[in-house]
Design a protein around this ligand. Structure first.
Ligand code: SF4
Ligand code: SF4
Length: 115
């Protein structure tokens, strides 16, 4: 096993992200961040008319440099705050090795490895 595959990451299925901001709020609470600072920030693209009368509106939460992958929570056996609080179930936590096969199962998924 290479060193890279032992790194932890977040898998985000942005097709099912509703843009609810719960991950952002949970992360700010976990990291005790002040106003204007984020460990994960919801980004929005659209609405864009991709075909006549067909509109695209995408959301995706982007982990920042402040994300420590919830070291403290994970060390106590809990899921990261963002993953635990995503009601849409579109976030997963694991090693890069564990998460990478999920990319092949469907499109519109990304893996972030902020640390
Ligand atoms: S893993 Fe923890 S620190 Fe990183 S974005 Fe999620 S809640 Fe924030
Ligand atoms: S909690 Fe889940 S559904 Fe809500 S914005 Fe974050 S990733 Fe999207």
């Amino acid at each position: 096993m290479s060193a890279n595959t032992e790194k932890y990451a977040l898998l985000i299925d942005y097709e099912f992200c509703t843009g609810c901001h719960s991950c952002e709020v949970a992360c700010k609470k976990e990291l005790e961040l002040p106003f204007g600072k984020y460990g994960i920030k919801l980004l929005q693209h659209g609405p864009t008319e991709v075909y006549p009368d067909q509109w695209e509106w995408n959301y995706i939460p982007f982990p920042t440099k402040l994300c420590d992958l919830c070291e403290t929570r994970v060390a106590s056996g809990r899921l990261p705050g963002c993953v635990h609080n995503c009601q849409a179930g579109c976030m997963q936590f694991g090693t890069i090795e564990e998460l990478t096969p999920h990319l092949a199962l469907k499109p519109n998924r990304v893996i972030f490895s902020p640390k």
